[in-house]
Write a protein of this length. Structure first.
Ligand code: ZN
Ligand code: ZN
Length: 271
């Protein structure tokens, strides 16, 4: 049995990631319009009504902006922390709460741990997903990391983490100084170098796949993000690395005992 992880799209114009186990279909974040969500799930042969719940990392529009629409249009339950629920004005009848370091059990085979991350003006969390003894992490929108995050993410089989900007491009680009400071500050986003450094702390021989997400369209390029990060983890990481774009759905990663077989099947299909 394996768990599949598919990014429906990541970036400042919307984020959502589908987790699918034998028993549950869960979205992490819903930063798309109803139409966009329906379209992107439709490309995977899934209708929004099949989604068991949506878990929201933080209230920024590109992560939570479509949560209320999903509650209204399809009655999908949303799980979020108090600040996020308040800021997004979620329907209390269709909302459940989590607190920092809570473990949420979804279906019989999936659990999500919410780990706080520094992100200015929001109570943002990263999610560490457990599925039948294997783990994956979805981490985005953080200006820096904590020892706690490193501890929980270390050794995950799959890691999705933002690589938001190339420091040189950001600093020499057209953004006003105050915005450059905000993006690169402790509560902003991770640069390619910071993401590389973080990954060098959490990658082990168990890590089989990495997806770099939430790339700035103006201050980054997929090849820059990938090559910078690989420089930091070259010696420990031998798996697959991918860069997620704004317009998904994209390549699906699997974790679990039959994940290797599944990957082969996908490769065959793509031939
Ligand atoms: Zn954010
Ligand atoms: Zn974001």
């Amino acid at each position: 049995m394996s768990l599949s992880i598919t990014h429906l799209g990541t970036g400042s114009r919307g984020n959502s990631t589908l987790l699918e186990s034998k028993d549950a279909k869960v979205l992490i974040d819903q930063g798309f319009s109803g139409t966009q969500l329906e379209k992107r799930l439709g490309l995977l042969g899934i209708s929004p009504q099949e989604i068991d719940c949506i878990v929201i990392s933080h209230h920024h529009g590109d992560h939570g902006g479509g949560a209320r629409i999903a509650q209204k249009k399809w009655d999908i339950p949303v799980i979020a922390n108090e600040r996020t629920v308040q800021e997004l004005d979620l329907d209390p009848m269709k909302t459940q709460y989590f607190e920092a370091l809570d473990i949420m059990k979804i279906g019989t085979d999936l659990s999500l741990l919410a780990v706080p991350v520094p992100h200015a003006g929001a109570d943002n969390v990263a999610f560490v997903i457990s599925h039948l003894g294997e783990r994956a992490a979805i981490i985005t929108d953080l200006g820096s990391w904590t020892d706690e995050l490193v501890q929980h993410v270390r050794g995950c089989q799959h890691i999705s983490v933002e690589a938001n900007y190339d420091a040189k491009r950001l600093m020499s680009g057209p953004y006003p100084y105050s915005l450059k400071e905000r993006i690169s500050g402790r509560g902003g986003h991770l640069s390619n170098d910071q993401t590389g450094e973080f990954l060098s702390l959490v990658c082990t021989e168990k890590t089989r796949s990495i997806t770099l997400t939430h790339l700035s369209e103006r201050n980054n390029q997929p090849h820059l993000a990938e090559s910078t990060v690989l420089y930091y983890i070259d010696e420990v990481f031998e798996g697959d690395i991918h860069v997620s774009s704004q317009d998904g759905p994209e390549i699906t990663h699997f974790i679990g005992s039959d994940a290797l077989e599944k990957k082969q099947t996908l490769a065959e299909l793509n031939r």
